[in-house]
Design a protein around this ligand. Structure first.
Ligand code: PMT
Length: 247
């Protein structure tokens, strides 16, 4: 492991610090892992988007980014080149990933367009806003009731499916109930190869938990129902499935 940059005992700020234990551990995990995704360039999205409402407020959701970051970490461990396009989260960027930070759906769309030119796959674990307000330049003053007018955002996956032929597309479907059928509809409507269904009302699944419980569906009729697993274990399953289906 090379030394890291930071404050040194002599008072200087330079390269010379021992790598963090987490980095050393992750390097050991990668060294011991089969490099079965070497040669794959995966673009992974994570976290929420924020849609500005005025100068100080925004509309967002409860995504922590944990699912997308787990995918990025496991993909790197297995030898993939990873571009991680992330909405605001409190997670440290996975070492080795090319991490791009964005806020709005429009910014995420632009970053995904830019990074998918040569990519093998796009995996969208981000919780992208479906609607955004018409933002006010100044702070909206409190003057009684306020009705918000919202417009639909661009559907990033559907757009990439039209513009980037040959890329393998994986969507995540966050449903409030056991509605696997809705995930199947998203698979078809967005032109996906795979969709990962999670019922966000189930305890331990979906938003801001350490675990997830998913069903992986694909356009060839495959269906894998998994038990409650850590998000890292779910990432292994999703990437195994991607690898098996990608020709
Ligand atoms: O971040 P965590 O706290 O770990 O939580 C993980 C998660 C619950 C956010 C994740 O597992 C998940 O389900 N992500 C997708 C959430 C979502 O936006 O679902 P959806 O059913 O609304 O959208 C379906 C797919 O279309 C998603 O892949 C989404 O990224 C994509 N999409 C949605 C809207 C939009 N305008 N453009 C898109 O590309």
């Amino acid at each position: 492991m090379p030394p890291e940059k930071g404050p040194l005992a002599c008072g200087a700020e330079a390269i010379g610090r021992m790598a963090s234990l987490e980095r050393i551990l992750e390097a050991a995990r990668a060294a011991l892992s089969p490099q079965d995704l070497k040669g794959h360039h995966l673009v992974i999205t994570a976290g929420p988007t924020r849609e500005p409402l005025d100068a100080v407020r925004f509309i967002s959701n409860r995504s922590s980014g944990k699912m997308g970051y787990a995918l990025a970490t496991v993909a790197l461990r297995r030898g993939a080149q990873v571009s991680l396009i992330t909405g605001p989260t409190s997670l440290p960027p996975p070492p080795g990933a090319h991490t791009v930070s964005v806020e709005t759906t429009t910014q995420m769309h632009q970053a995904v367009l830019q990074h998918t030119r040569q990519a093998s796959a796009l995996l969208m674990a981000a919780a992208v806003a479906d609607f955004s307000p018409y933002p006010e330049e100044k702070k909206i003053e409190k003057t009684g009731k306020l009705a918000l007018k919202l417009k639909p955002t661009v559907d990033i996956l559907a757009d990439i499916s039209k513009k980037r032929k040959g890329i393998f597309l994986v969507g995540f479907a966050a449903e409030a109930g056991p509605m696997v059928g809705r995930a199947e509809e998203k698979l078809r409507a967005k032109g996906l190869h795979m969709v990962v269904f999670n019922d966000v009302l189930e305890p331990g699944a979906g938003f801001d938990s350490e675990t997830n419980k998913v069903v992986i569906l694909d356009r060839w009729g495959g269906k894998v129902e998994l038990p409650l697993l850590s998000k890292e274990e779910v990432a292994y399953e999703v990437l195994d499935r991607y690898k098996a289906l990608k020709t």
